[in-house]
Design a protein around this ligand. Structure first.
Ligand code: SF4
Length: 327
């Protein structure tokens, strides 16, 4: 994996809060702080893996970057251009450059459309190909993801889960994007075909110089595909580092607990390592504790953790950790 320096996607202090109850008669509104002050950047041609338990805000972060959700606050930069205040029309050229692969290949493909119509739809939206050129482009994409050209007139229900995800990938690739948010792209697939899909994503990245945000709770797969990995907890990014650094020198107590569940191939090391079982539940994102959001489950919490929210600090080499006891 080569490291390139050009930043393609950057988010600064990104927030996405959903109003779950309006404030009537002078009462305060209730907000779900799905993403609360998240900052990171992704270099061109690289993959940032985003991990964390279900409900930690990683999918919301991905959708907000693509402006499928309006950000509550913060900046989204694509190749240096700010996107957060663009109108629908101004955003259209960027929509072409930024695509998404969805988690559920069953739900994300319209069952009434043929494969050709599904893959051709974004070409029509962005007015990219017409007539025979359009058909040729669709066939090219079908082959690119390992399907057969004569699948063009078939319907999604005629395919397996893995094949459907390939159709979803072809649809995302149709408009020649530069950046793709892969939102749990393998979690709905059989284990036996997960690696095939991930390997294909890697090959496509190499071939087209694609940049990925790879959202997953599968820590092994994230390690395999990512150049950099960020860990989210309750809407906050608590640690981010190069993949090898994060997996071998994790610092945040939450990251340590998450990674302790990973199988270790070396039996000697496995015997010495200890699985950390987190106590307690994830607090409600409607009412997160003050200070560090992880304090209710952290064995190392000190007074400062209950009073002040820890900010990400650079430990060197871009390894950033948000924890009061990590120096
Ligand atoms: Fe634990 Fe405190 Fe660090 Fe939060 S800031 S992870 S509560 S030690």
């Amino acid at each position: 994996m080569t490291s390139k320096q050009e930043t393609l996607v950057e988010v600064r202090n990104l927030k996405k809060h959903f109003v779950v109850k309006k404030g009537l008669f002078g009462r305060k509104a209730t907000f779900l702080k799905a993403v609360d002050n998240v900052s990171f950047s992704i270099q061109k041609g690289e993959t940032l893996g985003l991990v964390g338990e279900s409900g930690c805000g990683k999918t919301t972060a991905g959708r907000t970057i693509l402006k499928l959700y309006e950000p509550t606050a913060g900046e989204i930069l694509f190749a240096g251009a700010p996107l957060q205040n663009l109108t629908h029309k101004e955003l259209l050229p960027y929509r072409k450059k930024m695509q998404m692969i969805f988690q559920d290949p069953y739900a994300s493909l319209d069952p009434r459309m043929t494969v050709g119509e599904i893959i051709g739809d974004p070409l029509d939206v962005h007015k990219m190909y017409e007539g025979q050129d359009r058909t040729d482009r669709i066939k090219e994409l079908i082959e690119l993801v390992g399907l057969k050209q004569d699948h063009i007139n078939r319907y999604p229900h005629e395919f397996s889960g893995g094949q459907r995800q390939r159709i979803g990938i072809a649809r995302a690739l149709a408009v020649e994007p530069e950046f793709i948010v892969c939102d749990e792209p393998i979690s709905a697939l059989d284990v036996s075909i997960q690696a095939q899909v991930v390997n294909m994503l890697e090959e496509l990245q190499e071939k087209f110089g694609l940049t990925y945000l790879f959202i997953s709770h599968d820590l092994s797969m994230v390690r395999h595909i990512s150049h950099k990995v960020g860990v989210m907890y309750l809407g906050n990014l608590v640690e981010i580092a190069d993949a090898h650094e994060l997996y071998t020198n994790m610092q945040h107590p939450y990251t340590k607990a998450l990674l302790s569940a990973l199988p270790i191939p070396d039996p000697d090391l496995a015997e010495k390592s200890e699985r950390i079982h987190l106590q307690g539940d994830v607090p409600s994102p409607l009412n997160p504790p003050p200070g560090c959001a992880f304090q209710t489950r952290c064995a190392y919490a000190v007074q400062a953790c209950r009073e002040t929210k820890p900010q990400l600090k650079d430990m060197g080499n871009g390894h950033q950790v948000a924890c009061h006891i990590v120096h």
